[in-house]
Design a protein around this ligand. Structure first.
Ligand code: FA5
Length: 352
């Protein structure tokens, strides 16, 4: 073996070549960089080709051993490059998938379906119940004059009973002459002025009071008024009507009761209550621990009211009632607090 041969074979270090190739492949950050590296490692100037070339000058017995070393080092380098290429391709693919990802679950431009507000739906259901019992549906104005809201209902100016309603006045005409109606009872007056008995009608609508909002009160709420005027109408007709209504709207397992009360426009008068549906009568915050919820007032039409509208109380008798529509909705849907009806939180309304 010549000095030069010994030099060529000594200079080739297969383990070092493979280790350097492994490090360089790991450092290659892209497929392009890896392609360049391949050219360097396996190309004409690469250690492997140079060692190959030097084989010519190596003694035959040494040449075979060295040739095998070179071949297996080349195979290892190619394996290293192929593995790194696979890795880089996978990374590249993952990056592209992330970049080009289409979120097919995203719902674009599909409008939410609206629904009738629960108070409006309750009004329609209550109307349906009374229409089924033979009543007509009548409406009246929300802005009322003092005469219809109070005076014709047997509450002359300065009558103490006016204090039962925390009234909102409008700055129209003489002071305190125009109100936002505090109840639907003025519609009874308008109806009796317009039509002669017999009358069987319900009158739903919005009412306004300076009430502090709480679990059972809101300042803008709804009532449904009822009026029956005919010959020979008695308190038992009123009680029977209310009982029929309770069964039809709340179901027969809900108990109701009439408690003696006072309204200037009915005599005798009563409060209509049902078992609190939140606590089933046990007592809770909503019913102020009484187990009962007042839904409305009622009574026999006072002769003074008939006199105000020119109906002869000797010939005709009648009963009237006024129920809170929001209160009915609250009890039917077991809402501990009525204020949710005004907040309009879609998450709540969608459940009602
Ligand atoms: C009246 O308004 C009488 N006009 C009812 C009436 C009519 C009696 C005909 C006799 C004959 P009262 O103020 O109690 O009564 O109200 C009746 C119902 O309206 C209440 O029971 C309640 O259900 C509802 N209500 C009253 N105020 C509010 C309020 N601030 N928020 C929600 N509901 C209310």
């Amino acid at each position: 073996m010549t000095g030069a041969d010994r030099h060529a074979s000594d200079a080739f270090d297969p383990a070092g070549t493979v280790a350097r190739a492994r490090q360089a492949a790991a450092d290659a950050g892209s497929l392009e960089a890896l392609g360049e590296l391949r050219g360097v490692l396996l190309g004409k100037r690469g250690e492997l080709v140079r060692a190959q070339r030097a084989l010519g000058g190596v003694a035959p017995e040494e040449r075979r051993r060295l040739g095998e070393q070179i071949n297996s080092a080349r195979a290892e380098v190619e394996e290293v490059l192929a593995a790194r290429q696979g890795q880089l391709r996978a990374e590249e693919r993952a990056r592209r998938l992330a970049e080009e990802r289409l979120d097919l679950t995203e719902v674009v431009d599909v409008p939410r379906r609206g629904r009738v507000h629960v108070v409006e739906r309750t009004r329609r259901q209550l109307e349906d119940v009374f229409v089924g019992m033979g009543f007509a549906v009548v409406e009246g104005p929300e802005v009322e004059d003092d005469w219809h809201n109070f005076e014709a209902l047997n509450m002359p100016i300065a009558h103490p009973a006016r204090g039962m309603w925390d009234t909102l006045y409008l700055e129209l005409g003489p002071p305190e002459s125009v109100v936002l109606r505090t109840h639907t009872s003025p519609v009874q007056i308008r109806l009796m002025q317009r039509e002669r008995p017999p009358v069987y009608a319900v009158m739903p609508g919005r009412c306004y009071r300076r009430d502090t909002p709480d679990a059972r009160h809101i300042p803008i709420f709804h009532q449904i008024e009822g009026l029956v005027v005919d010959k020979g109408i008695s308190f038992s007709d009123l009680a029977g009507t209310i009982e029929t209504f309770t069964g039809a709207y709340f179901g027969t397992d809900i108990h109701s009761r009439l408690r003696p009360s006072f309204f200037p426009f009915t005599e005798p008068s009563a409060e209509y209550e049902i078992t609190c549906t939140i606590c089933r009568g046990a007592g809770c915050r909503t019913c102020s621990q009484t187990g009962w919820i007042e839904l409305g007032g009622c009574g026999m039409v006072d002769p003074a009211v008939f006199a105000a509208v020119g109906v002869d109380p000797e010939e005709w008798t009648g009963f009237a009632f006024g129920f809170g529509i929001d209160r009915c909705a609250q009890m039917r849907h077991q809402l501990p607090d009525m204020r949710v009806l005004l907040e309009n939180d879609v998450r709540v309304l969608e459940q009602l």
